[in-house]
Design a protein around this ligand. Structure first.
Ligand SMILES: [Zn+2]
Length: 240
């Protein structure tokens, strides 16, 4: 059957084009690009929140320094008082000593807190820098992989353009109604034309009535599989 043979040829090119389009979608470099892009998006978000966190820690450290300086100032005032020639009472002296001990303890604790907090902040900043470094490396990698991907896509698109010309040429010999039927079936299942396998539809493997099989073999008209709707053809009748 001549027109089915032409449609078969059309389908061959059509399926080849589908495969190229799928190759583009499934390309390793495309997957890699998506992975890097997702990583970059995640890390940019991460860095924004970490920067915010770092600035909060910085503020806290600043406040702690202020407190430390305040205590240090009080100690200094006390020492000046004790070292002055001013005559003070015994009670006052005892009070000053007691206060001095408390202040000494307080400043020691603030010093520890300061040390701990600045160490934390340093580590935190190191982590941020580490991420920044990785992000910058990922950006470089993205550019490199993108080059590979773009070259792949350009090659596939070139091939697709050639195939499309071939397919369009074949399509000129297919009547509109048959082409519309092909496209209609293609919208839900592919391939559209399915070979007879014994008495089964090669697309859905449903057993066909012998009358249907005979009609397909006769090749006088277009026969669709009753189950899946594909156009059936007899391999023997179509030149390979
Ligand atoms: Zn079928």
């Amino acid at each position: 059957m001549e027109r089915l043979g032409t449609l078969w040829k059309y389908q061959e090119i059509d399926l080849l084009m589908d495969q190229h389009i799928l190759d583009k979608k499934n390309s390793d470099s495309r997957k890699k690009l998506l992975k890097i892009r997702n990583y970059l998006v995640r890390q940019e978000e991460n860095l924004i929140s970490m920067d915010k966190d770092a600035s909060q820690r910085n503020n806290l450290l600043g406040k702690l320094y202020e407190e430390y300086n305040g205590i240090s100032g009080r100690i200094h005032t006390q020492i000046e008082k004790m070292e002055s020639d001013e005559i003070i009472s015994m009670e006052e002296l005892e009070q000053l000593t007691k206060e001095g001990l408390i202040l000494k303890d307080l400043i020691r604790r603030k010093e520890e807190e300061l040390k701990r907090l600045s160490k934390d902040l340093d580590n935190f900043k190191k982590r941020i820098n580490n991420i920044r470094q990785k992000v910058s490396e990922a950006k470089k990698e993205y550019i490199e992989v993108k080059k590979v991907y773009d070259a792949e896509v350009a090659a596939i698109n070139k091939e697709l353009a050639i195939l499309k010309k071939q397919r369009d040429a074949v399509a000129q010999n297919i009547d509109k109604a048959l082409m519309a039927k092909y496209k209609n079936i293609k919208a839900s299942r592919t391939p559209v034309i399915s070979p007879l396998t014994g008495n089964q539809c090669g697309g859905c493997f449903m057993s066909l009535a012998s009358l249907v099989v005979q009609r397909v073999k006769d090749g006088k008209r277009i026969v669709e599989c009753e189950n899946c709707g594909r156009i059936l053809y007899d391999k023997e009748s179509i030149p390979s």
